[in-house]
Design a protein. Structure first.
Lengths: 112, 114
């Protein structure tokens, strides 16, 4: 299979706290995992990615973790701000093709 | 560098009408994707190309949908005889072939079928 499951679908957090989004994938040939942020009326924008030879990557308040054995990867947003409120999508790409499959998305609400 | 360019930005049709969407990928990007994104859902892959070749079109909803990329650059996605269920945003994305190349999206075409 090639499905990417993403949870939760809705996430509400207080400003300044952390937010975590989890994804699982089925295709063991998946080797690259980008994350996108989409604001209302706009296109999805790449915010961070991780390759299968890494377990952790961090940039500007974003942390991505990858557990290949469990076929699970996650996005952690530290010190959330109102501007972080948006839809977030995980995706997975396989080695045997360049197909990129997306999760269904998480609607993050950062509450003041 | 210029981003992915799509046109039109919006389209409103009656059921049964045809529509075409056009995409100009980022220069040098050999892989081009078309996604359908219904409201409040994730992008769903319809078809993708490497250069002019269709790699996978198995997710095109039916023979009402077709996509071409004749010279390996611009691409056109066409819907014949649109249905209300086709209402969605159609996103084009492109990337270079490579291990860690994420698709980068255009602004999309927002389609409403009445």
């Amino acid at each position: 299979g090639e499905q990417v499951e993403q949870l939760p679908s809705i996430l509400r957090v207080q400003e300044g706290s952390s937010a975590s989004i989890n994804c699982t994938y089925e295709n063991s040939a998946s080797n690259y995992f980008p994350w996108y942020k989409q604001e209302p009326g706009e296109n999805p924008k790449l915010i961070i990615d991780i390759r299968s030879n890494m377990e952790r990557k961090q940039t500007q308040g974003l942390i991505v973790l990858l557990d290949k054995k469990a076929k699970r990867f996650s996005l952690h947003i530290t010190d959330t701000q109102p501007g972080d409120s948006a839809m977030y999508f995980c995706a997975a790409r396989s080695t045997n093709a360049y197909k990129v499959i997306f999760g269904k998305g998480t609607h993050l609400h950062v509450l003041p | 560098e210029a981003g992915v360019t799509q046109s039109p930005r919006y389209a409103v049709l009656q059921e049964g009408q045809a529509v075409s969407f056009w995409c100009d990928p980022i220069s040098g990007h050999d892989t081009l994707y078309w996604y359908q994104q219904p409201r409040d859902q994730g992008p769903q892959l319809l078809v993708y190309f490497r250069d002019e070749a269709v790699i996978d079109n198995s997710q095109l909803p039916s023979d009402r949908f077709s996509a071409v990329r004749p010279k390996g650059t611009n691409s056109t996605l066409k819907i014949q005889s649109a249905k209300q269920g086709d209402t969605a945003t159609y996103l084009c994305a492109s990337s270079r072939t490579g291990y860690n190349q994420a698709p980068l999206f255009g602004e999309g075409t927002r389609l409403s079928v009445l």
